[in-house]
Design a protein around this ligand. Structure first.
Ligand code: ATP
Length: 294
């Protein structure tokens, strides 16, 4: 297993606030990752550290086996796509494409033309006159056409309508199938990326909560429903708070393995075991569950 990015024991704080707390992740080559986390969990901070745009307090990041200090050229293999890029606002879109294309040795100009037609972007327009969604599309087109060995999309569908969101992900997948590379999509809109992802990394409270193949994540995500007294016999639910209750029935959301003893009990008792979607798993994992009113 070759690693495109190796994050080793990275910690970073802004003032007193710990954002990354000893994070270690290996992003493999030629896989599509979802980097998931609630607002403010540090996804962008981590991306900035990967891109060497922010120096972490501790730990190190290797790109294809080397830190940027060892070889600054490793950063050439990286394309970061985000809304707040430092684009020259007065440039025409076509000039922007041209200047960005120089950074990427495998930039696909033909695909760029096709994508402009599909997304109805007029390359002759001045960038600052584009709508918010169109600006996002320009960034995404650069990201797709870069063919960079590592492409990171930070919230790539901000401002896009439902049609363009779907179209963007379809095109991204086609492009990936045509040329395999490491793609990381940082988002909290999980439903729309679920089908695309091969691996999922979930960040919570500055730590890596999940780093797993999506099929395994799905296999380990359950809703467990039954009567309160039956469910009290299931050991994995001890000390857990139910997600919902209706009458004498409770629903628990559970992520993890289920022991054979618990499975036997579940089969023997009147308990339902249902799969939980990635989105629901993410929401339940991050739920605070505090009452709004006393
Ligand atoms: N330059 C900075 N100085 C101080 N605090 C910062 C700075 N950049 C980010 N933060 C703080 O670090 C935390 C993580 O921010 P970050 O932008 O990395 O989160 P995120 O997971 O990308 O969030 P979102 O999903 O909302 O974009 C936030 O509390 C944010 O206020």
């Amino acid at each position: 297993m070759e690693l495109a990015i190796e994050i080793k024991n990275v910690s970073h704080s802004f003032g007193e606030e710990v954002i990354c707390d000893n994070i270690s992740i290996g992003f493999e080559t030629n896989k599509i990752y979802g980097l998931l986390g609630k607002n403010g969990t540090g996804k962008t901070t981590l991306i900035n550290i990967i891109a060497n745009q922010l120096l972490c307090d501790m730990g190190e990041v290797k790109i294809f086996g080397k830190t940027p200090t060892e070889d600054i050229k490793v950063l050439d293999g990286l394309c970061i796509v985000r809304e707040k890029e430092f684009y020259e606002q007065e440039y025409k879109v076509k000039d922007m494409f041209k200047s960005y294309s120089y950074f990427y040795e495998n930039y696909d100009h033909k695909l760029q033309e096709k994508l402009c037609k599909i997304f109805e972007i007029n390359p002759k327009l001045v960038y600052k006159k584009l709508s918010r969604g169109m600006k996002t599309l320009v960034s995404n087109i650069i990201g797709i056409c870069s063919n960079a060995p590592i492409t990171i999309f930070d919230e790539p569908t901000i401002g896009l309508d439902a049609v363009n969101r779907q179209e963007f992900y379809n095109i991204l997948l086609d492009s990936y199938v045509n040329k395999k590379r490491t793609i990381i999509i940082s988002t909290h809109l999980i439903d729309e990326v679920e089908e695309l992802l091969e691996k999922v990394v979930i960040i919570k409270d500055g730590r890596v909560e999940v780093d797993e193949y999506i099929d395994i994540v799905k296999e380990k995500s359950y809703y467990i429903t039954g009567r309160r007294d039956d469910l009290s016999k299931i050991s994995i639910l001890k000390d857990k708070t139910p997600t919902k209750s209706f009458g004498s029935n409770l629903v628990y959301s559970y992520y993890g393995d289920i022991s054979d003893e618990d499975l036997e009990l579940i089969e023997g008792l009147d308990i339902d075991l249902d799969r939980m979607s990635l989105q629901d798993m993410f929401i339940n994992m991050n739920k605070k569950g505090e009452a709004l009113y006393e």
